[in-house]
Design a binder for this molecule. Structure first.
Ligand code: GLA
Length: 358
C-alpha cells in the first residue's frame, strides 16, 4: 500500500520556531530525535516548515534556501538528516507566496519537485493559504499538480496537504495526499487542543491508511499546556490515530515531556496496525468517552474530563465494554498495570486511558 500505512510521525519546525527556522534548529532536532530515543519510537521524519526559502529564485528559476539561515545549503542539511537514518521533509505552497509570505511553488511545480527530489526530500507539506481564493476544483487541481510533479521525479515522496478542511479534503484527498489537515492552526492552549479534538471527531470515520485526517501537529511541551493537558493532547492524538509531529524544542524539553512523547502504551495505540478510527461513545457534563478496536482483539477506552475541575467516578470493570463485549481484564495504559475496576479521579482536562479484552 500506500506510502503511509500508519500515520506519519516526526518533528516539524513550525510550532517551535514559526518562520524563524534555521539550519541549527533543524540539526539539533534531528540529532535529538535519535539521541533521545524518539526516532526509535517512530518519529522518523524531520520537516522544515515555512521560512527556509531564499528571498528570490536563482536565475534559472530554482528555489534555494535562505543563505543566512541555512549557510551550508539544503542539500548538505538533508544529507546530514538522512545519514542519521531519518526522512527529510520540506514545505511549500501552491501560491506565489506561502502562508508566511515566502516564495511559493505556483508555476514552478516541476522545478521545485525536481529540486526537492535532488535534495533527497521524502515528505512535502503543501500549504494553501498563500494561494488565490478559488473553487474546490481549482484547489484539487493545484494539489494534484504537485502530486504529479513529485511522482514524475521517480522518488517516493509523502504529500501532506494543508487547506484546513475548508473544501472538505476528506472527500477528495485520497490518491493525492497521504495526509490532509482538517482544521485551522493549533495553538499551545487547552482551548485550541480541545476545539480541534471536537472538530476532528466527526471526520475520523474518513481517516484511513494511506490518507490520514490531520488535526494539526503536536503542541505537547509548549505554551500554556499543563501536565494533564499535555497528556490528554498526546493520548487523544495517539488514539485517533493522528499524524504525530513533535513541535517542541527537544534540547530543552523536560524529561516529563520526553517521557510522554515516548510513552510505550500510547505509542502502541498510535502504531496499532489496524489503525481503526477512534469513536466517541459517550458524553456527559463531565466526561467524553472514546473507544477504538485494536488489532489483537483488545480495545481501547479513554475518558476525558472536559470540565475545569476534578471529577471522580466509580467505574466497574464492566463499564469498559465495547460493542456488546464485556471485558474480563483491563490495563491502565498510563501505568501499564492491570486495572480491575475502581475509583477514577481525574483532574481538569485529564484523560484516563485503558485497554480491555474479553
Ligand atoms: C499555515 C499552516 C501552519 C504553518 C504556516 C506556515 O498557518 O497551517 O501549519 O505551515 O502556515 O506559514
Amino acid at each position: 500500500m500506500a506510502r503511509a500505512p500508519l500515520p506519519p510521525m516526526g518533528w516539524n519546525s513550525w510550532n517551535q520556531t514559526q518562520d524563524r527556522v534555521t539550519e541549527d534548529v533543524v540539526r539539533h532536532a534531528a540529532h535529538a530525535l535519535v539521541d533521545r530515543g524518539l526516532a526509535a519510537c517512530g518519529y522518523d521524519t524531520v520537516v522544515i516548515d515555512d521560512g527556509w526559502q531564499a528571498p528570490a529564485r536563482e536565475g534559472d528559476g530554482t528555489l534555494t534556501a535562505n543563505p543566512e539561515r541555512f549557510p551550508r545549503g539544503m542539500a548538505a542539511l538533508a544529507a546530514e538528516v538522512r545519514d542519521l537514518g531519518l526522512h527529510f521533509g520540506i514545505y511549500s505552497a501552491p501560491g506565489t507566496t506561502t502562508c508566511a509570505g515566502y516564495l511559493g511553488s505556483l508555476g514552478h511545480e516541476q522545478t521545485d519537485a525536481q529540486t526537492f527530489a535532488e535534495w533527497g526530500v521524502d515528505f512535502v507539506k503543501y500549504d494553501w493559504c498563500g494561494a488565490a481564493k478559488g473553487s474546490r476544483d481549482s484547489e484539487v487541481e493545484m494539489f494534484t499538480r504537485m502530486r504529479r510533479a513529485l511522482d514524475a521525479t521517480g522518488r517516493e515522496i509523502v504529500l501532506s496537504i494543508s487547506e484546513y478542511g475548508v473544501e472538505q479534503p476528506w472527500e477528495w484527498a485520497d490518491g493525492i495526499a497521504e495526509m490532509y489537515r482538517t482544521t485551522f492552526d493549533i495553538w499551545p492552549t487547552w482551548s485550541s487542543v480541545y476545539s480541534l479534538l471536537n472538530q476532528q471527531l466527526p471526520l475520523l470515520v474518513h481517516s484511513r491508511p494511506g490518507c490520514w485526517a490531520d488535526p494539526d501537529m503536536l503542541q505537547v511541551g509548549n505554551g500554556d499546556l499543563n501536565r494533564d493537558e499535555n497528556r490528554s493532547h498526546m493520548a487523544l492524538w495517539c488514539l485517533m490515530p493522528a499524524p504525530l509531529f513533535i513541535g517542541t524544542d527537544l534540547d530543552r524539553a523536560p524529561d516529563e515531556v520526553l517521557d510522554l512523547l515516548r510513552h510505550p502504551g500510547l505509542l502502541a495505540l498510535a502504531r496499532d496496525p489496524l489503525a481503526a478510527p477512534m469513536r466517541i461513545t459517550g458524553v456527559n457534563g463531565e466526561l467524553m468517552i472514546f473507544r477504538r478496536p485494536l488489532s489483537d482483539g483488545a480495545w481501547a477506552v479513554a475518558m476525558l474530563n472536559h470540565t475545569s475541575h476534578r471529577v471522580e467516578h466509580e467505574l466497574p470493570l464492566a463499564s469498559l465494554g465495547f460493542d456488546g463485549r464485556t471485558p474480563t481484564s483491563a490495563v491502565d495504559v498510563w501505568t501499564g498495570e492491570a486495572w480491575r475496576g475502581g475509583r477514577v479521579s481525574l483532574p481538569a482536562h485529564a484523560t484516563a486511558v485503558f485497554t480491555a479484552r474479553d
